[in-house]
Structures are given as structure tokens and as C-alpha cells.
Design a binder for this molecule. Structure first.
Ligand code: KDG
Ligand code: MG
Length: 402
């Protein structure tokens, strides 16, 4: 069996997506996602100029060997561009293998560990009252877990506050928009949101919060401590993680569960966090961390330390990644939760898929493969549109982490 051709499809049904389609001499094709929000065309070039020429003629059934070839063979290891290109190939190859086997992907991974996959939605509002109402909306829709993000008085466009009730799309401008940040204001306001949420809705639902890399370890420890009475499911990205050791300080001061990893690309980014049990949930996902082949290794390492998965699932992860993640989640023994930010109707139409939401969970279908396709004709109607993520500055103008 041979790969006969591979193509990159860039489409923007409301937001940009980079999709790889691999074709074979058996008439079976596979689809993979390589979207890198705000830097999409770097992955397109990497795939078109440096990966596809090597792929043609290879045996698509040799998933592991092709993964190693692309990872070791580049010499320049890791990084978001390389690992997304590898992820796109890996997803497409698993899709092909599962289609050839006539099985849904989760069967090839080892079969079901659960029926549905618990997801969390992203509720937001411009202040506490609006966010409390938004959380209520998710509860009405049947969600069991909700991440709550509020605007903070005095901060211009705090992280996670969008325009729509169910949709949040940060990559919204042809040049980066400038948002603000002030840790003191956030620390004085965010705990009051969770106090209000527990007062209003009780303790039956899981609540989560994203710090989006804004706090220093000491500030994150303080936030974690202040949030303890509200029993969060997790506090996400409380501090930047390039220095994995930084989480030790946070960990020593709070029992609020910690989650990190949506920007991680390999097992090396989380090895120390996992082996020192400095976190509770690992958020690496299929597109960010080299595909199913590599994510499986991360999850297995995490399982040794009772750390559970919590895959990133924002709108910039295409339905192809969501489909793969759900097959992974359906199998992985140490599953924790799956993030689920809904895609727009236009995106869902471009990527027909067989997963569905019901009572707070997502369910994969039994279509052979990962169950997500691309309607190329429709995709062609939405040309690429440059869109950046915002940047953040402190009040005195200093650049900060968005
Ligand atoms: O969904 C999340 O947890 C995020 O933090 C979303 C990110 O800001 C988004 O994926 C950036 O592209
Ligand atoms: Mg996040």
C-alpha cells in the first residue's frame, strides 16, 4: 500500500483551519488537522515544502515509523510548527488505518473505556452578574462542567470574555488587538465570581477557571488558595510553564487542582510536571502534541502518577482534532475531561462529523476512521483571512502574557 498524493486545504469558515488530506493507491484517504492559531501558513509551508515530498510513496500503514521519520528526520525537534505538521500526518494515517480495518478509531486504540466523554463549556460575561447568568445557560443545556471567565473592572478585555453566549473566538483581527492586564484587580475580583456561582447554583456542577498564563507562581498560589472554598475542578494555566519547576511553589501552597499543557508540543514539555506530581490534569491535545501516536505516550506517563487528561478543545482546534480527541478520550484509561468550545455552523458544515453532544457529554459515532471529513467544495468558498490572537500589556505599557 502506498501514499499517492497529499494536499493541504486552507479554509476560513468564520476562522482559519489547515487540513491535510492524504490519498492512497487503495482509494482510501485520511484527514488531519494542522491548524496553528494566528500562525497558520507556517504549517502549510512546512507540510507542502518539507513533509509531503517525503510522504509520497511511503506505506501509510507504518504510522509509528513515519512519525519517527518526521520527528527524528527533521533533526530540528519539537516546536509548535513541526509538531502540528507531524500531528496532521499522524491523524490522517490513523484515519486511513481505521477505515481499512472498517472500525472506528477508538477500537484500534484498545476499545471503549466509557460511553460518553464529559466536556466543559466556556461561560463568560463582562462582569460577575453576566457570567453567573452565562453559567446558568450552560447548566440549562445539560453541562456538568463549566469554565467561568469574567471581565474585570478596570481591565481592558480580560481573557476569555467574548461576544456570543456559546462561542468564543479570540483570533479576531488582521493585526493583534491590544488587551490589558492587572493582576491585583483580577485577584480582588475572580474569587468573588466563584463565591457567587456556588451561592447561586450550589456544588453539584464542576467549575473551572483559566488563568491563561497571567500570574507569577506566588500570585497563582494566592489565587489557588483563595479559590479553595469553591472546590474547583481545576485552575488552568495559572502560571507560564516553560519553567516546569515553577509549579512546585504553587503546588506547595494550594490544594486547588492544577491543569496545564494546551501549548505543550511533546512529552518533554511535561515530563517534570508529571514525574514530580506538580499537576493534576495534562491538557496536551492531538493537534498540539504530535498526533495520537505521541499523545498516547504522554497519557501513559501521566497515568503512572494518577494524573488525568483534559485535552484542549478551543475553536481553533478543528472538528478533525475534536473527532480524534474524542476517540482518544473514549479509550484513554486516565481520562479526566474534554474541553468543548462549539464551532460555528459554517465550520460544522465544512467538516461533516459523526460526534454529538448529549447531556453534558460528547459521543463518537461508529463510522470507520475518526469520523470527520472535509467538504472541499464548500471549503473553497471560504478563503484564508489573516487573523491574529490579541496581545496583552500592563497599565504602564509593559508587554505581558496574553
Ligand atoms: O481554550 C482554552 O483553554 C484557551 O486557553 C484558548 C486559547 O486561548 C486558544 O486556543 C488560543 O488559540
Ligand atoms: Mg486555556
Amino acid at each position: 500500500m502506498k501514499i499517492t498524493a497529499a494536499r493541504v486545504i486552507v479554509t476560513c469558515p468564520g476562522r482559519n483551519f489547515v487540513t491535510l488530506k492524504i490519498e492512497t493507491d487503495q482509494g482510501v484517504y485520511g484527514i488531519g488537522d494542522g491548524t496553528l492559531n494566528g500562525r497558520e501558513l507556517s504549517v502549510v509551508a512546512y507540510l507542502e515544502e518539507h513533509v509531503i515530498p517525503c510522504l509520497v510513496g511511503m506505506d501509510p500503514r507504518r504510522i509509528e515509523d513515519i512519525w519517527q521519520y518526521l520527528y527524528r528526520g527533521a533533526y530540528w525537534r519539537r516546536g509548535p510548527v513541526t509538531m502540528r505538521a507531524i500531528a496532521a500526518v499522524d491523524m490522517a494515517l490513523w484515519d486511513i488505518k481505521a477505515k481499512m480495518a472498517g472500525m472506528p478509531l477508538y477500537q484500534l486504540l484498545g476499545g471503549r473505556s466509557r460511553d460518553g466523554v464529559m466536556v466543559y463549556g466556556h461561560a463568560n460575561g463582562s462582569d460577575i452578574a453576566e457570567t453567573v447568568e452565562a453559567v446558568g445557560h450552560y447548566i440549562d443545556l445539560g453541562y456538568k462542567a463549566i469554565r467561568a471567565q469574567t471581565g474585570v473592572p478596570g481591565i481592558k478585555d480580560a481573557y476569555g470574555v467574548g461576544r456570543g453566549k456559546l462561542y468564543y473566538e479570540p483570533a479576531d483581527a488582521a493585526l493583534p488587538s491590544v488587551t490589558g492586564w492587572d493582576t491585583r484587580k483580577a485577584l480582588n475580583y475572580v474569587p468573588r465570581l466563584f463565591e457567587e456561582l456556588r451561592k447561586t447554583y450550589g456544588f453539584d456542577h464542576h467549575l473551572l477557571h483559566d488563568g491563561h498564563h497571567r500570574y507569577t507562581p506566588q500570585e497563582a498560589a494566592n489565587l489557588g488558595k483563595m479559590l479553595e472554598p469553591y472546590q474547583l475542578f481545576w485552575l488552568e494555566d495559572c502560571t507560564p510553564a516553560e519553567n516546569q519547576e515553577a509549579f512546585r511553589l504553587v503546588r506547595q501552597h494550594t490544594v486547588t487542582p492544577l491543569a496545564v499543557g494546551e501549548i505543550f508540543n511533546t512529552i518533554w514539555d511535561c515530563k517534570d510536571l508529571i514525574q514530580n506530581q506538580l499537576i493534576d490534569y495534562i491538557r496536551a491535545t492531538v493537534v498540539g502534541a504530535g498526533g495520537i501516536t505521541h499523545l498516547r505516550r504522554i497519557a501513559d506517563l501521566a497515568s503512572l502518577y494518577q494524573i488525568r487528561t483534559g485535552c484542549h478543545g478551543a475553536t481553533d482546534l478543528s472538528p478533525v482534532t475534536m473527532g480524534c480527541a474524542l476517540h482518544f478520550d473514549t479509550w484513554v484509561p486516565n481520562f479526566g475531561i474534554q474541553e468543548y468550545m462549539r464551532h460555528s455552523e459554517e465550520t460544522d458544515a465544512v467538516f461533516p462529523h459523526d460526534y454529538h453532544f448529549e447531556a453534558g457529554e460528547l459521543f463518537v459515532g461508529d463510522t470507520p476512521g475518526h469520523g470527520v471529513d472535509i467538504d472541499e467544495k464548500l471549503a473553497a468558498k471560504y478563503p484564508y483571512k489573516r487573523a491574529y490572537l490579541p496581545v496583552a500589556r500592563l497599565e504602564d505599557g509593559t508587554m505581558w502574557n496574553w
